[in-house]
Design a binder for this molecule. Structure first.
Ligand SMILES: CC(C)(COP(=O)(O)OP(=O)(O)OC[C@H]1O[C@@H](n2cnc3c(N)ncnc32)[C@H](O)[C@@H]1OP(=O)(O)O)[C@@H](O)C(=O)NCCC(=O)NCCS
Length: 169
């Protein structure tokens, strides 16, 4: 399997925030943003693996800034690291200023997807080769995040999480 670059999976989704998608403060409802991010991340994982993909975990979501009704929201998803069958997807969320058109960062999130066959069994995915400084940084932290996610899910013992232990040594 040929290695790929994060840009090969880059997925950009731009959409409006409609009144039916907001909370009582007229800002985008968190669950709506999670669903949009899940869709974009799933497309990025599919572009990297060219397989059926399923969400294995949502590792991190930071709702740093409210997104008001009427906003134009752009989500950018890219595979940051590929393991055997799982892929970490990093999402950046931007809002566009109506008058200037300038984009500012609103939120970010990290999802894990697994490539599976028609029976739902995990299958191998191509390696990934980071190119930019930011891609390298995200790649470097991905194993630590994978181990943390597995420990929290009860699928790995804390003492086996070498990357987490290294943080405290
Ligand atoms: C995700 C799923 C395929 C994993 O199956 P599994 O039996 O745990 O398979 P494995 O133990 O071989 O794990 C497969 C890969 O997923 C990774 N993984 C599993 N759970 C994970 C978690 N919580 N966090 C991070 N990675 C996880 C494993 O580390 C492994 O990675 P690797 O192959 O790259 O090393 C399975 O749990 C599943 O189908 N879940 C439901 C998915 C779904 O329906 N999602 C939508 C929810 S609405």
């Amino acid at each position: 399997m040929n290695a790929k670059h994060p840009k090969d999976s880059k997925t950009t989704m731009t959409d409006l925030v409609l009144p039916s998608e907001t909370n009582p403060l007229n800002n985008l409802f968190g669950g709506e943003l999670l669903a949009r991010m899940d869709r974009a991340a799933s497309i990025a994982a599919r572009r990297h693996s060219r397989r059926i993909v399923v969400t294995a975990s949502v590792n991190h979501v930071a709702f740093n800034r409210a997104v008001p009704v009427g906003s134009v929201v752009t989500l950018e998803a890219k595979v940051s690291r590929a393991f055997k069958s799982s892929m970490e997807i990093y999402l950046d969320v931007w809002i566009e200023d109506r008058e200037s058109g300038e984009r500012s960062k609103a939120n970010e999130a990290i999802y894990t997807f697994v490539a599976v066959d028609e029976t739902g069994r995990p299958v191998s995915v191509p390696e990934i080769l980071p190119e930019t400084e930011q891609e390298q940084k995200r790649f470097d932290g991905a194993l630590r995040r994978k181990q943390l996610s597995l420990v929290l899910a009860g699928k790995m013992k804390a003492e086996e999480a070498t990357e987490l232990k290294a943080l405290f040594e």
